[in-house]
Design a protein around this ligand. Sequence first.
Ligand code: CAA
Length: 378
Amino acid sequence: MKFNLTEEQQMVRDMVRDFAQNEIAPVIKDLEKKGEFPHDIIRKLGELNLLGIIVPEKYGGAGLDNISYSVAIEEIAKVCASTAVTLSVTNSVCCYPIMTFGTEEQKKKFLVPLASGEHLGAFSLTEPQGGSDAANQKAKAVPDGDDYILNGVKAWVTNVPAANTAVVMAVVPRGDERKISAFIVETDREGFSVGTVEDKMGLRCSKTSEIVLTDCRVPRDQLLGEEGDGLKIALHSLDASRISIGAQCVGIAQAALDLAVQYAKEREQFGKPLARLQAIQFMLSDMAMEVDAARMLVFRAADLKDRGKKMTAAASQAKLYASEIVNRVVARSLQIHGAVGYSKEFDIERLFRDARVTTIYEGTSEIQRIVIARALLS
Ligand code: CAA
């Protein structure tokens, strides 16, 4: 593993950094206050091919490696964690399973508009009774001629209602067997409707909703893989997406650290800048070390993925560590800001709220520990 980014990876970083600074930073505070989905920003990110950053060029994507992808997510998350999760979900859990398990027809039909940003993607595994217990699926897909008829309620679906295409898990009953299966479903299909739109603590520019499936007819050729492959497709895709959520955490943490350093240099107490107080220096040192360590775990998992190596545990370690440190880093940065950090005027207040969900979504910290322990003990 090399510790320097290649020239191409540096170009991606610089391009995305410029975009985030010039196009997202000026508007994000206002959008976040209103809880608005940043349609214009997402459209422009599509034009830059970032919604299909890992999608092969053959299907209209940028065809980049997972380190470039992580770097891009980190740069976006430094400015807007909501936009970072929108990108992550479209790439890792919508495009990626179609790229990996789809037929040639499915790839042409669904990846091309996703990669160009014409369409936005979603992934739907969680149900009201089953979050961590992903195998406990209740939504049904009953075969009917050349179609399946989907019924059920899916919960906490990122990007809905903005998304056009969703990879949806549902159970196909075959005699006594319950075959969890993955379907590519257009969100404008009859019988597909949006339920409760969550009113969230953070990531308020990313939309998260229930999906209600009521006799939603989906053609057989939109089954991804074979009947019964759904849980494996979902867990394999989550391995990939945990790397990008790790990168999102690194971006939020780096932003919180940068704000803390800047504020500690500017703010004077007891006749000198906060930065001259050893208590503050110790906090900043720990924050910097943790951000670097998290970034290295993310890059290691991305590098393993790029080399086609097994990376399930490495992805869980990256996601677990990055999500835990980002919560410590934002809390310390807010502490350094003192009372103003508690005000919505200051960006650290948003970063503090945005970081909170990262130990919960894409597999809680407890689930990551289960995955890591299984790899250790198998
Ligand atoms: N890749 C591919 N296949 C895998 C796999 C992986 N990483 N891990 C397990 N599998 C396979 C197993 O081999 C098994 O296959 P067989 O039936 O052929 O043996 C099958 O998948 C089921 O695996 P387990 O028996 O290990 O399943 P389990 O019920 O014991 O659960 C778990 C394992 C690790 C707890 C899993 O349920 C899990 O990861 N839960 C968390 C789910 C999660 O992360 N949800 C987040 C949803 S997305 C989100 O957060 C929203 C968003 O959009 C941001």
